[in-house]
Write a protein that binds this ligand. Structure first.
Ligand code: SF4
Length: 465
């Protein structure tokens, strides 16, 4: 009995867990203020991604497509990028940042987006938009490599690379770069709360708190991130960088370290008590700011909440977790701390670094029950094990795309990750920090309670605990 890391053996994918690289690049782009990305490819590369964002956040986001058709796929479609930039700038006077995001088709035909950006900078922007602040940022995200995770990672690095610049006086701005990874507005709020409690001034990349946007009297209905060009530029003058996730923002953090020598810490994803403690210690190391008594008390409240449910209800429960890799690993670590037994972790892409991830390697050393980590996985890996392989599962943690595995097999499920659209308001709740630890443990407990009631399985315990 031990934990094994392996790749899915089948060729092909049945019900994928992730979508493709341009989706991640688009998610990064909507985190920037005054930015509308042009996805250079067929319309579907934007339409379905935009729909997922809207389904998850219940908001509307702006993204454009160069809308490549048959002629472009054969003869090249850079003319559509040129026209697209012009139309976008004319239609949206506030737009400053226009990433040109490639797709599978335009990478295969070899459209030179770096070249067309040079041409536009020298031509259209000087002639028609002279004096206007416009940045055209190339983002290469072919979909036949990686997944939405690597697409996000690459795009965050490319945005930082494009803008980051030392100020003339070369002085530090006293701020910390905090690269959040693919999170929810509730997580951003929870992180800001921790930063405020430690009196740390941070540049949050990308700041998406307003993806939970208010309905205001002016009728505005479009959500956008709040990371500005100045924020991105100032990342070079920061006192250091913390990237919460290894696979979503880690590349940008490493680049800032190698280019500007910034002290950098990547991970751990602050899910659960152990990882949140480490995160706060990392903040203290980089900023010199002490961890205040208020956070020690918050930690105590979280531990008390976990104690209420761990021994009686969570211990020994067999859990399957799938989704974004840092989220999956962080959740697995948290479940292990709660004496639960993760039996299957599914990573939806084939990143070769997973098998050397120190957090997973630690599991291979310490776990004493049968546990599998499957990379390049799909939902059939889960379904097949449950239906044909005798896998016993008490709880599933993952996003909404796996809901039918849970429904068909009557397994309780907690929705966590992206995209989650079949439960209300999930984006509002954090999974990060002490607050997130409480929310996760209570969600898992309540899912198990409902299951006990529906299946009449020791439901009387709920009367007496
Ligand atoms: S796989 Fe290719 S065509 Fe399909 S959405 Fe992704 S980039 Fe577009």
């Amino acid at each position: 009995m031990a934990c094994e890391i392996k790749e899915k053996e089948r060729i092909g994918t049945i019900n994928p867990i992730f979508t493709c690289q341009p989706a991640g690049a688009q998610f990064a782009s909507i985190g920037i203020k005054d930015c509308i990305g042009i996805v250079h490819g067929g319309q579907g590369c934007v339409m379905f991604v935009r729909l997922m964002f809207s389904q998850h956040y219940k908001e509307s986001f702006e993204l454009a497509s160069s809308s490549v058709h048959e002629d472009g796929a054969v003869f090249g479609a850079l003319d559509r990028v040129e026209k697209g930039v012009d139309v976008l700038l004319a239609r949206y006077p506030h737009v400053k940042v226009v990433p040109i995001i490639t797709t599978c088709s335009t990478e295969v035909i070899g459209d030179d987006i770096d070249g067309v950006i040079r041409k536009l900078n020298e031509g259209l922007l000087k002639e028609k938009y002279a004096g206007r602040e416009v940045y055209l940022v190339p983002v290469h995200s072919p979909s036949f490599v990686g997944s939405m995770i690597s697409g996000y990672d690459v795009a965050v690095r490319d945005f930082v690379k494009y803008f980051a610049a030392k100020s003339r006086n070369g002085e530090s701005n006293g701020k910390l770069n905090l690269i959040t990874g693919w999170v929810n507005p509730g997580d951003v709020k929870a992180l800001k709360h921790l930063l405020r409690a430690m009196d740390i001034d941070a540049t949050v990349l990308f700041e998406i708190e307003k993806f939970d946007s208010p309905m205001l009297p002016d009728g505005s209905a479009v959500s956008h991130g709040n990371t500005t060009v100045e924020d991105l530029r100032g990342t070079a003058d920061a006192i250091g960088t913390v990237a919460l996730n290894r696979y979503e923002g880690g590349k940008a953090a490493e680049w800032l370290q190698s280019e500007f020598g910034l002290p950098t810490i990547v991970g751990p994803t602050p899910i659960g008590i152990r990882n949140t403690d480490t995160f706060l210690r990392n903040l203290r190391t980089l900023t010199g700011k002490p961890i205040p008594a208020s956070l020690v008390e918050e930690r105590g409240v979280a531990i008390d909440a976990l104690t209420d449910v761990t021994h009686m209800f969570l211990a020994d429960k067999k859990v399957v977790i799938y989704g974004n890799p840092d989220l999956v690993i962080g959740l697995a670590e948290f479940c292990i701390d709660l004496e639960m037994k993760p039996v299957l972790l599914l990573m939806g892409d084939d990143n070769v670094n997973y098998k050397n991830d120190p957090r997973l390697l630690a599991m291979t050393e310490h776990v004493d029950w049968k546990m599998e980590v499957v990379t390049n996985a799909d939902f059939w890996e889960l379904e097949d094990r449950i239906k044909n392989g005798g896998l016993e599962v008490d709880l599933i943690l993952g996003h909404s795309k796996g809901r039918f595995v849970a429904i068909d097999n009557a397994i309780p499920m907690v929705r966590v990750g992206f995209p989650t659209y079949d439960r209300a308001g999930m984006f509002r709740h954090p999974v990060l920090g002490y607050e997130g630890a409480i929310w996760l443990a209570e969600q898992m407990s309540n899912a198990l309670f409902a299951d006990m009631e529906y299946k009449k399985n020791k439901e009387w315990i709920l009367n007496v605990w």
